[in-house]
Design a protein around this ligand. Structure first.
Ligand SMILES: Cc1ncc(COP(=O)(O)O)c(C=O)c1O
Length: 336
């Protein structure tokens, strides 16, 4: 029996799980299922809202009236925080990282529409992120407000509960469909979804492999980050659970040129999957992970003998609009 902490009900769950039959037949490998966590909301869609159900609950329980969080300029996490903050009547302050003057498109456009306060920082300034958080928390305290800090991606011991609970949802999905997938595949960026799924599968006794595809950094980085999140969760919520048995399984072969920068092959995969299955991926997260999974099927790393595998679609569609010029459909500036 798992004692979940308080959460708010914000996400549209359970999300659908179904097989991508045409793609699976085309690749000739395992049967690929898709868990549609891109359908957890409209503007609030994606994986982040599952974490934010627990993080916002903690913020409210602590009497906070302001949320400070951080991310890249096209952060899906920051966009979800901005919109949920507006829905809950909380002030939101986003610390966004960018070295170039950003265009008000995609997620950033929605941050602005939701009325978030936004401060832009360079990559170099972001290296002192902890002190930026402290500085803004002090600023709000002086104004008589109380600010709750959510780390980048909502990835910490509290946020992990979102994917511990998603693992429970997956266990029920698997039972309903009569499947026992050999792998759960997803994109990893700040490590919290990965840590939550690993721990969730362990706690709910789902006998599978959690395989993460990195969109930045290398596999050692994710081993360390996942370990740190697991340890934080263990010390905060469950000292009796030995999380040291859990080892991250991260593939960093498809990161491409940099975080947020995708090669042409990712846009080709995005177009193929949209046309073949009506599934929309993004170039920053799900496009890279899905492409990596497809390449690994072609290389035999996942085979027909693996039976069923599940790709968690973690959302991110708005990020596609910020990079639509790479799709090759003409100049977006000429659109009305
Ligand atoms: C669409 C999408 N997929 C995957 C991820 C990765 O999740 P995490 O940050 O928990 O590793 C993120 C967030 O960074 C995201 O926005």
């Amino acid at each position: 029996m798992i004692n979940y902490p308080e959460k708010l009900t914000l996400a549209q769950t359970p999300t659908p799980l179904y097989p991508l039959q045409r793609l699976s037949d085309q690749l000739g490998g395992p049967r690929i299922w898709i868990k549609r966590d891109d359908l957890t909301g409209a503007a609030t869609s994606g994986n982040k809202i599952r974490k934010l159900e627990f993080l916002f609950a903690e913020a409210l329980a602590n009497g906070c009236d302001t949320i400070i969080t951080s991310g890249g300029v096209q952060s899906n996490h920051c966009r979800a925080v901005a919109i949920l903050g507006a829905q809950l009547g909380l002030k939101v302050h986003l610390l966004l990282r960018s070295d170039i003057a950003p265009q008000p498109v995609g997620n950033l456009l929605l941050d602005q529409l939701a009325g978030a306060t936004i401060t832009h920082y360079s990559v170099a300034q972001f290296r002192s992120l902890d002190s930026l958080f402290a500085q803004w928390q002090d600023h709000y305290a002086e104004l008589g407000s109380k600010a709750y800090a959510i780390p980048t991606g909502g990835s910490n011991g509290t946020g992990m509960w979102g994917y511990i609970s998603a693992a429970e949802e997956l266990a029920a999905d698997f039972q309903r469909h009569g499947i026992a997938p050999s792998a759960i595949v997803h994109a990893t960026g700040s490590g919290g979804t990965q840590a939550g799924l690993m721990l969730g599968c362990y706690l709910h006794q789902i006998d599978t492999r959690v395989k993460a595809y990195a969109v930045c950094d290398d596999s050692d980085y994710f081993s360390d980050k996942v370990r740190a999140d697991l340890q934080q969760w263990q010390s905060q919520y469950s000292p009796e659970t030995d999380t040291s048995v859990l080892q991250a399984d991260t593939c960093a072969d498809y990161v491409g040129p940099a975080y947020g920068v995708a090669g042409e092959e990712i846009f080709t995969t995005i177009k193929q999957l949209a046309a073949l299955e009506g599934i929309l991926l993004d170039p920053v997260y799900t496009g890279k992970a899905f492409h990596g999974m497809m390449e690994d099927i072609k290389r035999g790393k996942f085979s027909r003998a693996d039976g069923d595998i599940v790709f968690i679609h973690t959302g991110g569609l708005f990020g596609l609009f910020a990079q639509q010029h790479h799709l090759g459909y003409g100049d977006s500036d000429s659109n009305q």
